[in-house]
Design a protein around this ligand. Structure first.
Ligand code: ZN
Length: 220
């Protein structure tokens, strides 16, 4: 599932239901027709999720939705087909969860997720979205990591190397050897000596240069 951030600012996602269980209405084109009949220029939602779990695209993400009167700015609107709580399907929820995960990830898990009912008197959506998405009171996804893990580069390091990878190396050496190198990102003589003792401990070539094999052992 691919999601690319629109250029307009977004800080919230709103969830809706189509208020119909009719098979004939189970598609974005019906939603579009309903909304055009209201005089809107396009369907109000960005996404529509069919009972089968199939995801359909609605209006462009670059456009503000027409879905939560007075609360459209800064939002993305997702609609699930359905009316009766018990008639929503697991396939729909699986798609919704995957979509929300992707959207949240694109914003470093800073978004909050809400039901239309939070900003209107409507019973929308008709399913228990807080349980389905695992939301906190404020609408954060409970199981979202605080931030995505940083990918750490593992270049070949030797005496006089500098930078974040060296700092990472020093932290790993401290942990593995129970020593207390200063984590300053400078590969000096003390760091080299620590690399050599680590390499000897692991039966590696003790040349004081951190190559692929040494990284593997450090990260094991
Ligand atoms: Zn709604």
């Amino acid at each position: 599932m691919d999601f690319s951030k629109p250029k307009r600012p977004v800080d919230r996602v709103f969830l809706h239901c189509s208020a119909s269980d009719s098979e004939a209405h189970d598609n974005i084109e019906t939603m579009r027709r309903w909304h055009l009949e209201r005089g809107w220029r396009d369907v109000g939602y960005h996404y529509f999720i069919r009972k089968s779990g199939e995801l359909e695209a609605g209006r462009s993400l670059e456009e503000v939705p027409a879905a939560q009167q007075g609360h459209n700015t800064g939002s993305i609107a997702i609609c699930l087909h359905g009316l009766k709580q018990e008639k929503f399907t697991k396939a729909q929820f699986d798609t919704l969860i995957a979509l929300c995960r992707e959207i949240d990830k694109a914003y470093e898990n800073q978004l909050t997720f809400h039901g239309h009912c939070e900003v209107s008197a409507k019973t929308c959506p008709a399913f228990d979205y807080k349980t389905v998405l695992g939301l906190t009171e404020s609408g954060d996804r409970k199981n979202a990591p605080a931030s995505e893990p940083q990918r750490v580069e593992q270049p070949i390091l030797e005496l006089t190397a500098k930078g974040a990878a060296v700092a990472h190396l020093q932290a790993l050496l401290n942990e593995k050897l129970q020593i207390d190198l200063t984590i300053d990102g400078h590969f000096g003589q003390l760091t080299k000596a620590a690399v050599i003792s680590f390499q000897r401990k692991k039966g590696l070539v003790d040349d004081g240069t951190v190559g692929r094999r040494t990284w593997e052992e450090l990260l094991a």
